[in-house]
Design a protein around this ligand. Sequence first.
Ligand code: SF4
Length: 388
Amino acid sequence: MRVRIDEKDFINYPFLKESQNFVSSYAGSPERFLGTSTGKAALAQAKDRILSSFAGKSGQKTAARTSIPTDSEGIKIAVSGYALARVIISCMKDRMVIDRFTRNEAQKAYECLLDEEPDKKVFVATSLGIDISADEVPLVPYVELSSGMREERWRLVNRDIEHGMVKVKKNETDEILRECIRVAISRNLPLPIPQGICEVLSPVVKEISAAEQQHLLEQFGSVDESCFPPCMQALITALSAGTNISHPGRFALTAFLHNIGMNSSDIIGLYCRAPDFDLSRTMYQVEHISGRGGTEYTAPSCAAMRTTGVCVKKDQLCDRISHPLNYYKQKKRKDKRAAPVLSGNMLVNRNAGGAHRENEAGNSENIRDSRGHQQGEHDEENNKKNQS
Ligand code: SF4
């Protein structure tokens, strides 16, 4: 039976080819579209879409259901808002923003699919190249899909593989489908956007960047070394003792410190004691990882850290997290509850001047949702770059 995809579906599944064709049918060039009333409203919607991804997935289902427009103009604004959001995050080239956006969008589409008619669910899955009735996934796509999945059970070493096919259980199909959506949304991001369009969008980009900084500040607060995970503590101890650390270790430590808000000069200062310290090379590396080259990196996940041998001295909290940033957030929260006046070994305290504040309420989401490492998860990508 032929499945009919209507305009409501374009809103729920804007990554489908049919949805993209729908946008192309009325939008024309981005410059022209942004000058129209529909384009202006879509731009506002795109900004909200990106900003809402900073807040995590809580409440998304309700919001997604209640805000679906039914009129033709509203549908155009909603669908092109998704397309414009992709353009904006491509101009930003910030991996964390991209990762948060893709995970948030994938989660929303996935929640819609859970309540979808079976035929439509199969249609969407098939469009993404996945057979949800099968109990196996071809090896190559599985590797791409599982790179963003944090639980140990998804690692290839923990799966049965036969004749190039990875076995999956019936109750895992939906999770696979969600990852398929995330991969489809992430594909080709950041897009190569002409400079002129990025200039037109620069006020929105600046607004989103400022909101991201504020969100990071609320998430992580002041830098507190006593809450660093064992792997990062070990890397800092090695540096302090004048020991060279591996390239993956440098990458992980620099990205971690940058992600929790330490500024580049403080990070560079840490590397001064390394026997092979070279100021200009260290400056280049730190600034590159921190986004000076146009791409900001996220610290690797625990799984990636294990792969590169940088996960050491695991403790009890490590058993409950899958990302060093999540360890840090949880430890800070726990310590704050236990001892309102913190007296740890303060490596750097950006809060000393009272310029920053901590917001416990903003710390409730999981790092998977906020960076996802929001994060594409970029751990694998980071890892590959790290080893190259
Ligand atoms: S489990 Fe994660 S947080 Fe803990 S030491 Fe290993 S990499 Fe670090």
